[in-house]
Design a protein around this ligand. Structure first.
Ligand code: NI
Length: 231
């Protein structure tokens, strides 16, 4: 369950608030950025060191915002998941995602219409019983639901800065694909992990989370929703 403490959401009985989510009261979900981005998330130890390119230059990619046609276009399969240019793109996307305090970023969002995305599960955002996951890539993913259970998720997106809304997602999914080293990866995901996978995979099919919102009363500017929460 992706939950949120805001009263704006807790009025919806389907959205559960829990103790963990209070940590995220001012934080953002998914690929949305915020003003506290430098230092507000737990940067994984590996990122600060060895995985940085030698020249230590951040390669921040331009992010397409809602309205740009690249976000509506079904992306093309990656022909060689282990190719050096894909590894380079993955590295740049991870840097861009972390700089923006995002939890996920899909290639079409950075103007590459390819079926790959990067994501992580920060410790502060994981659900109960869920493991934090370091940033990683999933290339040519296949995401399929496991079981019938659904969950309501509070989502934002770097391509719709400042906005968030509630989307109903599968509570558990199976994922298959490749990493940037050309190795096959697969597994099952629940909670925030499952939420991120479904949100990012939608980007590869030209679907934004707003297209899945059932109740637009849950949709709005994060600062306005937070303001309501504060009163
Ligand atoms: Ni997004």
């Amino acid at each position: 369950m992706i939950s949120h403490p805001d009263k704006a959401y807790s009025r919806n009985p389907a959205v559960k608030a829990d103790a963990h989510s209070t940590l995220n009261a001012g934080a953002q979900f998914f690929c949305i950025g915020d003003d506290e981005k430098h230092g507000s998330f737990d940067e994984p130890a590996w990122f600060a060191g060895a995985s940085r390119r030698k020249e230590d230059i951040l390669a921040l990619l331009k992010i397409a915002r809602m309205g740009h046609p690249v976000l509506l276009r079904p992306a093309l399969p990656v022909e060689s998941p282990g190719a050096p240019e894909i590894a380079s793109l993955v590295q740049d996307m991870i840097e861009t995602m972390l700089d923006a305090s995002g939890a996920g970023l899909a290639a079409p969002q950075v103007h590459h219409s390819l079926r790959l995305f990067v994501y992580h599960v920060p410790a502060a955002r994981r659900d109960d019983g869920e493991e934090a996951l370091a940033p990683r890539a999933l290339i040519n993913p296949v995401i399929s639901p496991v079981g019938e259970e659904r969950m309501d998720c509070v989502e934002g997106c770097l391509s719709l800065p400042g906005l968030r809304g509630v989307v109903r997602r599968h509570a558990c999914v199976r994922y298959e694909g490749w990493n940037e080293r050309g190795e096959a990866v697969s597994g099952e995901a629940r909670g925030f992990h499952a939420n991120v996978l479904q949100h990012e995979n939608d980007h590869l099919d030209g679907i934004l989370y707003t297209m899945r919102i059932d109740d637009f009363r849950s949709f709005g500017y994060t600062d306005e929703l937070t303001r309501e929460n504060a009163t």
